[in-house]
Every structure is written in C-alpha cells, then in structure tokens.
Write a protein that binds this ligand. Structure first.
Ligand code: AMP
Length: 217
C-alpha cells in the first residue's frame, strides 16, 4: 500500500502513519522527522533546514526531493510506504511522480485529513515535548501527571519552536497557499480521498483504512 497523508500541520498525520505502520508494517516517511533529526545532530542538512523550520518556512524543494528519493530506494519500502509531510508543493508532487515512475511504484491513495483552522492552532500551541525521550503531551488533552515535567524521565517539557502560536499561523498560511492546491492535483488523478480529521484517533484510523481500500486488519 503506497499512501500519501496530506493535511495541515497538527492534522494528526504522524499519529495515523504510526498506526498504519503497526498494522501493515509500511514505513512512515516523514520529511519533518528526518529534518528535525538532522537539526538535532547538527549536520549540514540540519544547518540549512533549522532556521527555515523555526520560521515556519519550507525547506527548498531540491533538498526534500533528494531526501525522499533516497528513502524510497531502501528495501523496507518494498511493501509500501506512508508519506507524511511530502509532497508540500506542486514541484515536489511532480518530482514524486517522476521518481515513482523510475522506481516502478504507484500511489494507491492520497488521503487528505480535514481539520478546521482553530482546532489546528489549539492542538499545536498546547503541545509540549520531552527534549530527552521525545514523549509528547498536550496541556489540556493529554497532560503529564506533574505539570511541565515528563512522566517517564522527569525532564522539564519544552515547546517546539515551530509550535509557537505565531509560527503555527505562518505554517497554516503556507499550507493554504502552497500545499492545499495539491488536493486538486490528486483529485484530477482520481486518487484523492478526504477524511474528517476531528474525532477519536481510532475512529479516524478506520476511515483512513477504508479510504485506502483496506478494511479491518
Ligand atoms: P512537519 O513535521 O511535517 O510539519 O515539518 C516541519 C517543518 O519541516 C516544516 O514546517 C518545514 O519547515 C519542514 N518541512 C517538512 N517537510 C517539508 C517538505 N516536504 N517541504 C518543505 N519543507 C518541509
């Protein structure tokens, strides 16, 4: 199963990609996660990407296209993949088509998670992460036992720079201007499925599976 999860920041793409991996063993390819790791490790890629990410800007197309092409060549994606956060621009969508053609792969579905703007801002601005073990909390929806501290290791929780309210707004504007038009691109190809991204993660997951042509596992 070769899928794209399309949706604005905080739509729940990462959560759903992890569920798909657990059931179908198809790797999540998250360009955001790959870039965050590069920033944390201080690599050349991280030095280019870090300031752009912190400002809510996109990393240049040629950089992310190269990352995805390398990843799609690895053997663990032979049975499928879930792209999360890529493509984000028409240039990336065109490049993905060419790359899939070269690799002899085809998209099965592009699932667009639909979530209202206000919900996206609430989800992002309340998120807190543990800088040590990566645990994720939300100040209202999934708070830690002791406010501000990780349940697992006791480290003080932090807000990711790209979860700051002004940066979230910029990311949403960028999504509307540059990424939302991809829905029309994939609708024309007959692979776009829209799913309501508000509700319980398990309920949304069932919708995604049926949109992707998979029933219960
Ligand atoms: P995400 O975790 O997918 O929201 O990505 C976090 C940040 O990484 C984005 O706000 C961008 O700065 C950058 N990024 C991730 N994927 C892409 C992409 N496909 N194209 C450009 N920038 C990206």
């Amino acid at each position: 199963m070769n899928l794209i999860l399309l949706g604005p920041p905080n739509a729940g793409k990462g959560t759903q990609a992890k569920k798909l991996f657990a059931d179908f063993h198809i790797p999540q390819i998250s360009t955001g996660d790959i870039l965050r790791k590069a920033v944390a490790e201080g690599t050349e890629l991280g030095k280019v990407a870090g300031p752009l990410m912190a400002a809510g800007q996109y990393v240049p197309d040629e950089v992310v296209i190269g990352i995805v092409e390398e990843r799609l060549k690895q053997s663990d994606v032979a049975q499928g993949f879930v792209l999360d956060g890529f493509p984000r621009t028409p240039g990336q969508a065109d490049a993905l088509e060419r790359m899939l053609g070269r690799l002899g792969k085809q998209l099965d579905a592009v699932v667009s998670l639909e979530v209202p703007h206000t919900t996206l801002v609430e989800r992002g601005s309340g998120r807190r992460v543990c800088p040590v073990d990566g645990s994720v909390y939300h100040v209202d929806q999934s708070p830690p036992k002791r406010a501000g501290y990780c349940d697992k290791c006791g480290t003080g929780l932090v807000q990711r720079p790209d979860d700051m309210p002004d940066v979230i707004e910029k990311r949403l504007q960028k999504y509307d201007a540059e990424t939302a038009p991809l829905k029309a691109f994939y609708a024309k190809k007959g692979v776009l499925k829209s799913v309501d991204g508000v509700g319980s993660p398990d309920g949304i997951y069932e919708e995604i599976k049926s949109a992707a042509g998979r029933g219960k596992v």
